[in-house]
Structure formats: structure tokens, C-alpha cells
Design a protein around this ligand. Structure first.
Ligand code: 5GP
Length: 202
């Protein structure tokens, strides 16, 4: 990892992590990684902004070239985090946020153990059901499946550093910005060179 900090915002489907990450980019000096996916673009989505929409063959080529920091199959489509843009930004000292599913987050924990992991929880299962139903794009079976998966996914919360309940987007974003700011003041190896300088000044 370079000089910027890598944040992973993750949580079950429907918790609002996408909305939170969009707001984070507007309010904080952080770059959002654009994932590659084999899913078809929705009508309001722009290639290169929301995702890089690619064919299965293009995705597999990137897998073969070791171009992903992590990738996973989510609800029948592939999603991956392109490695180079993330490393380039971190090297430039820029903080980067990944908005990815839990499998991807666990993989990032293996390859970038210093990343900071934030789990987004819904205020309740009733609210989660409402949010997934409100999208209008999923059938009842799919909604039940997603809710069941959400409960299973919550079991991974102990792998994360922070947990934020998304009851109101603005408040959740404020809490995450506070976490991000605090992480910059964590005692790390860099501090020893500063202490060495103090000693030399004596
Ligand atoms: P959607 O298709 O609704 O945009 O995203 C479906 C799920 O895929 C969400 O949980 C989202 O966080 C996750 N996702 C998006 N990009 C990536 C990625 O690059 N890697 C992984 N592992 N999951 C991703």
C-alpha cells in the first residue's frame, strides 16, 4: 500500500452503501474506485462512471492478467476492483474508497491488511425489506433470498474495524468522515522518523 489510506465500505445488499459512497466523494477528499462488472448497465448508469461494463471474455482477460485487487461473483454477475488505479491513487497520497460486497472485502483483507473496513448496517430488517422492495426491480423470491443472505453476512461483522447504522444517509456519511479523519492520526511506523528528528534536534 502507498501513502493514501484505503477504506472498504461494505455490507449487505440494500443497506445504502452505494448512496453513502457517492455522498462521501462529494463531501470528503476521497476517490471512489470504479469497479468492472459483467452486469448489464441500468438505464441511469454511465460506463466508466458507475462501472466499467464489460463482457464475460473481457472480465476473464483482466482476471488472467492479474488486473484485479479482488473480484467476486455477486448475484450471477462478476464484479472486480481494478488494481492499478487504486495503487496509483494511494501512491499519490490520495485516500481511496471501495464499495464492494462482503466476499470482496474479505479478499481485500488478505491482500491489503492495512485497509480500514467499515460495515454498513440497516436500521432494521423491516427497513431493509422496504428498501429492497422499493427498488422495484426484484421479485418476491429474490427479496427473500437477499434478506436471508443479509442475515448471514452480518455474521462477518467481527472482521471489520467499524460499523455504521445507516438510519439517515447524511448522519451515516458524517460518521464515516469522522472515522476517516481519525484514521489519519493513528500511531503508525511513520511516527518513528518524526521522533528520530526530535532526538536529533536535542
Ligand atoms: P449492483 O449490481 O447493485 O451495483 O451491485 C451488486 C453488489 O456488488 C453490491 O453489493 C456491490 O457493493 C457489489 N460490488 C460492486 N462492485 C464490486 C467489486 O468491484 N467487487 C466486489 N466484490 N463487489 C462489488
Amino acid at each position: 500500500m502507498g501513502k493514501g489510506l484505503l477504506f472498504v465500505v461494505s455490507g449487505p445488499s440494500g443497506t445504502g452503501k452505494g448512496t453513502i459512497c457517492k455522498a462521501l466523494v462529494e463531501k470528503a477528499a476521497i476517490a471512489l474506485s470504479v469497479s468492472m462488472t459483467t452486469r448489464k448497465a441500468r438505464s441511469n448508469e454511465v460506463n466508466g462512471k458507475n462501472y466499467y461494463f464489460v463482457s464475460n471474455a473481457e472480465f476473464q482477460d483482466c482476471v488472467q492478467d492479474s488486473g484485479f485487487l479482488e473480484f467476486a461473483e455477486v448475484y450471477g454477475n462478476y464484479y472486480g476492483t481494478p488494481k492499478k488505479p487504486v495503487y496509483d491513487l494511494l501512491e499519490l497520497g490520495k485516500d481511496v474508497v471501495l464499495e464492494i460486497d462482503i466476499q470482496g472485502a474479505l479478499r481485500i483483507k488478505e491482500v491489503c491488511p492495512k485497509a480500514i473496513f467499515i460495515f454498513i448496517l440497516p436500521p432494521s430488517m423491516t427497513e431493509l425489506r422496504k428498501r429492497i422492495t422499493g427498488r422495484g426491480s426484484e421479485s418476491q423470491d429474490v427479496i427473500d433470498l437477499r434478506l436471508g443472505e443479509a442475515l448471514e453476512e452480518v455474521a462477518y461483522i467481527d472482521k471489520y474495524d467499524y460499523c455504521v447504522v445507516n438510519d439517515e444517509v447524511d448522519k451515516a456519511v458524517e460518521k464515516i468522515i469522522a472515522i476517516m479523519n481519525a484514521e489519519h492520526y493513528r500511531v503508525s511506523e511513520d511516527i518513528y522518523s518524526l521522533i528520530e528528528n526530535y532526538k536529533e534536534e536535542m
